[in-house]
Design a protein around this ligand. Structure first.
Ligand SMILES: [Zn+2]
Ligand SMILES: [Zn+2]
Length: 280
């Protein structure tokens, strides 16, 4: 069984995430370390960091990951936006380090009409700048698979491989697989056979040893739609079988499996109950 958990709120103070995770009996959680819809970030106060770390230590939560701001686009063809993204991403890493988090999950980027090849090179180039300027951040940067909505790249495993190939410090990079996104992108994981086939493909192209997290979401949008709409476990177009197979896959026993399903805490609780019920 993976480290089951959910994306929880930090509303009222960053340390509240721990309590929110504990209430749900999460073994892992994901948080935003700042408002994900704004460029500006409030400084993390020393006393808040201390409280966060203290509460985490006392909790049953093994791993905490952060998700970066939705505004960041490391593949932007616009020079200003690209610079702004680098600066903001470095700040995200810095905040993760202050809090002692286990990793930072990010969407690779969107080409905005400039083309996928350009975008992939730009992302790798910017990651190299970031890693160098942060003097090897010593925190895992996890590229999230996307549904390929709009001009987003990361909806093919080859995109992930090509980015990693051009990053100098490969040990800094891992992958977060979002089940909803890969399904919407055209990887059919509805059956055990399908799951195994897709993972084999991932292993050949990227390597399953790079997988450091899962976002476990069912999918409201259709297979191959390239539309990113999450759904509660078992209620979407993927269906329950995948989650049974994934939660029981011993290869991912110690990997965070984080819910980002709609409806908030009440639904998280229900989803976690469903998932725990699937474990053999
Ligand atoms: Zn995401
Ligand atoms: Zn999504």
């Amino acid at each position: 069984m993976g480290l089951l958990g959910a994306h929880v709120s930090t509303s009222g103070g960053i340390y509240n995430a721990i309590e929110n995770g504990e209430k749900l009996k999460c073994k892992s959680i994901q948080i935003f370390t700042k408002n994900q819809m704004r460029w500006k970030a409030r400084k993390l106060e020393d006393k808040d960091i201390e409280l966060f770390k203290l509460d985490w230590e006392k909790s049953g939560i093994d791993m905490i990951l952060s998700h970066d701001s939705y505004l960041i686009n490391l593949g932007s063809p616009d020079k200003n936006k690209s610079m702004k993204s680098i600066k903001s991403f470095k700040d995200e890493i810095y905040r993760c380090k202050l809090l002692g988090l286990n990793g930072l999950i990010f969407h690779p980027g969107a080409h905005m009409g400039k083309g996928e090849g350009y975008c992939i090179s730009k992302i790798a180039e910017n990651l190299n700048i970031i890693i160098e300027e942060m003097e090897n951040p010593n925190i895992k940067l996890l590229i999230e698979t996307t549904a390929g909505q709009g001009t987003n790249i990361g909806y093919r495993f080859e995109h992930l491989r090509d980015i990693i190939d051009s990053v100098k410090c490969k040990s800094s990079i891992g992958i977060c697989i979002d089940t909803c996104h890969i399904f919407a992108a055209g990887y059919d994981i509805r059956t055990e056979k399908g799951y195994k086939k897709v993972l084999d493909e991932f292993d050949t192209i990227v390597g399953t040893d790079k997988i450091e997290a899962f976002h476990i979401n069912d999918c409201k949008s259709e297979y191959l739609s390239r539309v990113d709409r999450h759904e509660n476990i078992g209620a979407g177009n993927i269906g329950i079988k995948l989650f049974e197979v994934l939660c029981n896959d011993s290869d991912f026993a110690n990997i965070p499996m984080i819910l980002e399903t709609p409806g908030g805490e009440k639904y998280y609780k229900k989803n976690l109950e469903i998932l725990k019920g699937l474990i053999k």
